[in-house]
Design a protein around this ligand. Structure first.
Ligand SMILES: Cc1cc2nc3c(=O)[nH]c(=O)nc-3n(C[C@H](O)[C@H](O)[C@H](O)COP(=O)(O)OP(=O)(O)OC[C@H]3O[C@@H](n4cnc5c(N)ncnc54)[C@H](O)[C@@H]3O)c2cc1C
Length: 420
């Protein structure tokens, strides 16, 4: 999400004051009473309880905590090249600003508990419609089916040419998107146009994309969904982490948690291994104890059903194969070492990564036209006055969760002001 420094501070301050008034002050009072009672009863618990109350009492603690969290959210959700982007450099509209802009154009919206905002109609076309009506009302001439093949500088501005026609323009905004989703219109076109104007590019990678893995075990899991904690490693080094839903496919793994680390899977040097913890809320020892209980309760079960009720049946059976077991052994015959091996497989289902699906299967392009060649206050080119760029064509990509669309809105809004 994009937020301004001012609103961040205001939100942080307001929340801190409210929390202090309605939560922490009564908590402090209760802590104090509790501490007094405890001390009277000669328990030594009083000092930590009081400390807890004092710590949370200070509005400043909350204030800095919130400001820090909001700052980290801003910075970490977007990447420029291999570096984190300090989005505050960009004078873009806020998340709330983008929503109220669209609402102001007539879009009815609905917000999920997660904070994501959708058109009430549940149709992406509704966003396009309200934008179209607004541009029509403002007298904007829209030309579709005009594929720009060439961009040239002229004495008075630019010449923008398709195969059939050339238009003259004072100023030009290149917002042709990226390479992702080739079948839906992803193209290299914007990069080529900006390169023809002297701009430079970073390397392009598909991101928010399926990760391909060794298929020995995942093939049988096609269509299975699970929730887990994912760690992408090179040897013992952690390269990226995520948690959430994983979907198994015939090539490897997909789903939101996989998308979140797919950029690293594409960009980082191989060999990489994806480790999936399929019961992250339990420790391996807890899981082993659970398996011991099950075996004691239902000794007549075979290994085929040992994990039934804990995990998706197909996933359970695959994990047993992965741990080196057949499906017909009686669970009563499993010793502690065997149960431990099964628990370890559940907590560390390790899949060697063989790459990522290509641009056609990706939702966004990592890499693009170099951002340092554009003024972050206006998005005007530092090399060619009158030339602007916005959206995915620039070397900015965000995590899964609407951040790429938000960047497209925000940067489009900024570039569209055509400020010198
Ligand atoms: C399948 C899929 C799902 C996605 N889901 C999400 C999501 O849930 N949340 C999220 O935040 N992001 C998502 N994204 C990414 C998001 O859609 C893009 O990052 C965003 O649309 C980029 O906006 P843009 O304006 O830069 O480019 P685009 O939206 O790609 O628009 C570029 C336009 O320029 C046109 N164009 C290209 N070249 C030329 C040319 N030479 N001449 C004339 N016109 C040209 C194209 O036809 C296109 O209409 C998804 C992407 C895909 C492919």
């Amino acid at each position: 999400m994009l937020r301004s420094g001012k609103s961040e501070l205001l939100i942080g301050f307001t929340i801190s004051v409210l929390l202090t008034l309605f939560v922490n002050f009564p908590m402090l009072m209760r802590s104090y009473d509790h501490a007094v009672n405890m001390t009277n009863d000669k328990y030594m618990m009083a000092p930590p309880v009081l400390l807890h109350g004092y710590f949370f009492y200070f509005p400043l603690v909350w204030f800095f905590l919130f400001a820090f969290i909001l700052f980290m959210v801003d910075v970490q959700m977007y990447k420029v090249g291999d570096k984190l982007l300090k989005l505050k450099e960009y004078k873009v509209v806020l998340f709330a600003g983008a929503v109220s802009f669209l609402v102001g154009l007539g879009l009815l919206t609905v917000a999920e508990d997660s904070g994501r905002v959708y058109p009430y109609s549940d149709q992406a076309g509704s966003v396009l419609d309200v934008l179209r009506f607004a541009t029509d009302a403002a007298g904007v001439i829209t030309r579709t089916g005009f594929e720009v093949e060439q961009l040239r500088r002229t004495k008075h501005g630019f010449a923008v040419s398709s195969a059939e026609e050339t238009l003259a323009a004072d100023r030009v905004i290149v917002c042709c998107g990226g390479m992702a989703g080739g079948k839906l219109g992803g193209t290299r076109s914007g990069y080529l146009l900006l390169q023809s104007m002297g701009h430079n590019m970073t390397k392009l990678y598909p991101a928010l994309v399926q990760v391909k893995t060794d298929t020995t075990y995942v093939k049988a899991l096609k269509g299975v969904r699970a929730t887990g904690e994912l760690t992408l490693c090179r040897g013992r080094d952690t390269v990226a982490e995520s948690r959430g839903e994983v979907q198994f496919t015939e090539f490897g793994v997909s789903g939101p948690a996989v998308f979140d680390l797919s950029r690293s899977a594409a960009v980082e040097k191989p060999p990489l291994t994806l480790h999936i913890d399929l019961l992250p809320r339990l420790s391996a020892a807890d899981t082993e104890a659970l398996l011991r209980q099950r075996a004691a309760l239902m000794p007549e079960l075979t290994t085929e059903n040992l994990l039934a009720g804990m995990l998706h049946n197909r996933l359970g059976r695959t994990l047993l194969r992965y741990a080196g077991f057949g499906l017909t052994e009686p669970v009563a015959a499993l010793g502690a070492a065997e149960r431990q091996r099964i628990a370890e497989a559940i907590h560390d289902f390790a899949l060697p990564v063989t790459g990522v699906l290509g641009f056609d299967g990706a939702q966004v392009t990592a890499g693009g036209v170099r951002t340092d060649e554009f003024d972050p206050e206006t998005l005007q080119s530092r090399l060619v006055p009158g030339l602007y760029a916005a959206g995915e064509v620039l070397d900015i990509d965000g995590d899964c969760g609407g951040y790429n669309l938000q960047w497209a809105w925000s940067s489009g809004h900024l570039a569209g002001q055509l400020r010198p």
